[in-house]
Design a protein. Structure first.
Length: 219
């Protein structure tokens, strides 16, 4: 199985896939297809998508529950406002996608990468991840409260205003990323940052510890 340097397994997807010409529906088993078109507002359960490509599809406002995506690539798709409810994503890559307002209650991510994606205002609370990657992503005001993200790679991401309280980030790397106004800085224990992030991280830690910087001595 092909792996990235950080250990993430990449999707196994064949070339020249046949088109999928149906709307998403409950209990669908979709294997080895190219999924495009307008699926906005779909509300489905127990869908299984494997070995497939999803390209330029419209999935805005869709709700998928107890479903799985395995060995899939998702390119230039609009998943704004999508909810993955108790789903599983394994060996999935999302590139150049819009995921503003994404909701993922009870969902597990294994070997998943987001590359050049817009994921602002997303709710990742209490989600579970293994070998995750975020590269050149816009994650402003997203919420990772209580999420388990050990060993995650955030490279060149905008994490302004992100909530990290009670998040497990041990062993994660946050290089070339914007870390202004983050909350829950105590969860940064055990991470690696670049020298360019020292000041915003220090300020976030001061806020978490209720440390006031004041040059005036009132004594």
């Amino acid at each position: 199985m092909s792996q990235k340097p950080g250990g993430r397994a990449v999707p196994r997807v064949a070339e020249n896939l046949p088109p999928y010409e149906h709307r998403l529906e409950d209990d669908a088993e979709i294997d080895g297809v190219m999924l495009t078109g307008d699926h906005a507002g779909a509300d489905v359960a127990l869908v299984e998508i494997a070995g497939s490509r999803i390209e330029r599809a419209q999935l805005t406002g869709s709700h998928l529950s107890r479903s799985s995506l395995v060995d899939c690539t998702i390119d230039s798709a609009d998943l704004s406002g999508v909810t993955f409810d108790r789903c599983r994503l394994s060996r999935v890559e999302l590139r150049d996608c819009r995921l503003s307002g994404l909701q993922v209650p009870g969902t597990r991510f294994d070997d998943v990468a987001f590359i050049r994606c817009k994921i602002d205002g997303a709710n990742f609370r209490t989600s579970t991840w293994e070998r995750a990657e975020f590269e050149d992503c816009y994650l402003v005001d997203s919420d990772f409260y209580g999420a388990k993200l050990p060993g995650t790679r955030f490279d060149s991401c905008d994490l302004t205003g992100v909530e990290l309280a009670k998040c497990d980030l041990r062993g994660s790397r946050l290089h070339r990323s914007t870390l202004d106004r983050i909350s829950g800085a105590e969860s940064l224990r055990g991470v690696t940052i670049g020298s360019d992030s020292i000041t915003p991280v220090a300020l976030a830690v001061f806020r978490a510890l209720d440390i006031t910087v004041d040059d005036e001595d009132e004594a």
